[in-house]
Design a protein around this ligand. Structure first.
Ligand code: ZN
Length: 500
């Protein structure tokens, strides 16, 4: 077989795997938005079957033969080199996973998600505990099957953040934590607090939806190629070219949740929509890592969406959307309220400064679960103890403690660190964008976000998986990942607000 044919056969085979995954993503989206409760059992069958089929196609001997053949003759084309390298990575991981284990994980987590949703609603950890136990056991089997050098946790991390290690993340997180603690303490000691009533007035949900949709469109999410629906736990799902689904949740008396949730998911969506569609279904047309994905959501939600220039444009529009609700509020009062720093229980509602503490806690508990130091049934106690130690608070119940996140029920151990990696990358990218593009704040004040979006499209989105996250960061910013840009950004933001 000639080289050219071998490459095309490999790409065809791999695209079929990605097509199956995108069908899985679509039925998964449906499960979290419109599926009737009683459909759960059948949906689990569908998801399990799709996962099994995808795994069979990915691990077909032909894929391995084609990879071997292509690797023997070094490719001259860059795209081809990237695709062969990254398909090899995914293939190696997959062939080490027994097909039965893949199917069992898929079937288990599909059901566990529904059990978790009920348990969270009823604040009933014991009903979820056996499922968590099963998931941890399966993930340990996965780590053993995939293999690892130092820690079983590395094997899980690698799925979300290729190339990242537990040791390296532990180091960056420790540096971040060391600088965050005095910052949060200084804020608390300032005694300054924003008005609490501003974001907790009556905000009709349909109007929140309207405003959120308009804001997402303004920053560059294309609603001809996507949509926005409601769910319990917000997410963004890139189904494929021209189809990206955002979800959010609304509270009629909490503007924060829906509004900033939408900006966050729209940031993910803009990344998905910015991928090179000519390479759909191949690594060159896929996102680099979950940490990089999260950097895009954090960048729009926080770096842009919680900034003063953004609200100089949007506050008058928000006031018009909710007539008589925010009429007397000044931009200063609004900005302060939107950037309130306060230790709290719920990760997704945490401010930018304390958020990373929530992640470090989960990162440590997950490692303990994986190496067997912590029994799943003991999670609530361990959670509350750590929470008290790190954030000086004790969760009043498990719904506001260890049951708050969907991730473990999805089998997503190893996923949480990517959130803080996202915060770090977002700050580092934004620092560079401001250097490259000049007066971005002037753009935002005028409601213009196209230059920033274009920069992100060029530098981060279109490269796909050409570079691993660490290398992408070095190429875009000239520096390795560091906690310093995030700390500098937080100090610059909170300095004037809290007089510190
Ligand atoms: Zn996100």
């Amino acid at each position: 077989m000639d080289h050219h044919t071998a490459y095309h056969d490999l790409i065809d085979g791999f695209k079929n795997v990605r097509l199956l995954e995108s069908i899985g993503a679509l039925v998964g989206w449906d499960q979290h938005t419109y599926m009737p409760v009683k459909g759960a059992g059948h949906r689990a069958e569908q998801m399990g079957y799709l996962a099994k089929l995808g795994h069979e196609k990915l691990t077909a001997p032909a894929i391995g033969q084609l990879l071997g053949e292509l690797e023997r003759a070094a490719a001259t084309d860059e795209i081809e080199r990237v695709n062969v390298r990254e398909i090899r990575r995914v293939y190696n991981r997959a062939v080490k996973m027994p097909s039965k284990l893949v199917e069992e994980i898929a079937r288990t987590v599909s059901q566990a998600q529904n059990i978790w949703a009920e348990a969270r609603k009823k604040n009933d950890f014991p009903s979820f505990a056996p499922w968590l136990d099963k998931i941890v056991t399966l993930k340990r089997e996965e780590a053993t099957a995939v293999g690892y050098k130092d820690s079983p946790y590395d094997a899980l991390l690698d799925e979300y953040e290729p190339g990242a290690t537990t040791a390296e993340i532990t180091r960056v997180f420790a540096e971040l934590r060391a600088d965050l603690i005095p910052l949060v303490a200084a804020i608390a000691a300032s005694g300054k607090k924003p008005r609490k009533d501003i974001l907790t007035r009556e905000f009709a949900v349909d109007r929140q939806h309207m405003f959120g949709q308009a804001a997402a469109a303004a920053i560059g999410f294309d609603f001809q190629a996507g949509r926005l629906d409601t769910t319990v736990h917000p997410f963004c799902s890139g189904i494929g070219p021209g189809d990206c689904r955002l979800t959010t949740r609304y509270h009629p008396r909490e503007l924060n949740q829906g509004l900033f949730g939408i900006l966050h998911e729209a940031g993910h969506g803009i990344y998905e929509q910015g991928l090179d569609t000519t390479h759909f279904g191949t690594p060159a047309g896929s996102f680099a890592s979950l940490g990089i994905h999260e950097s895009q959501s954090r960048l729009w939600e926080n770096q842009v969406g919680r900034g003063r220039p953004f609200w100089e444009h949007f506050l008058p529009r928000l006031q018009q959307t909710f007539p008589g609700t925010l009429d007397e509020i000044t931009i200063d009062e609004f900005i302060f309220a939107a950037n309130n720093v306060e230790k709290s229980f719920i990760r997704v509602e945490a401010d930018e400064a304390t958020y990373n503490m929530h992640i470090i806690l989960r990162f440590e508990l997950e490692q303990a679960l994986m190496c067997g130091d912590l029994k799943p049934s003991d999670v609530p106690g361990a959670w509350n103890e750590k929470f008290h130690h790190m954030l000086d608070l004790t969760p009043p119940n498990d719904a506001q403690g260890c049951l708050q996140d969907i991730h473990w029920s999805m089998g997503g151990l190893g996923y949480f660190p990517t959130y803080t990696l996202g915060n770090l990358y977002a700050a580092q990218f934004m620092q560079q964008a401001r250097q490259d593009l000049g007066d971005l704040d002037g753009d935002f004040r005028a409601g213009q976000f196209g230059r920033l979006k274009g920069w992100l499209n060029d530098k981060i989105h279109r490269p796909g998986q050409r570079y691993r996250a660490g290398e992408l960061c070095r190429r875009v910013t000239g520096q390795a990942l560091s906690h310093k840009p995030l700390i500098a950004y937080l100090r610059q933001k909170y300095g004037p607000l809290y007089g510190i």
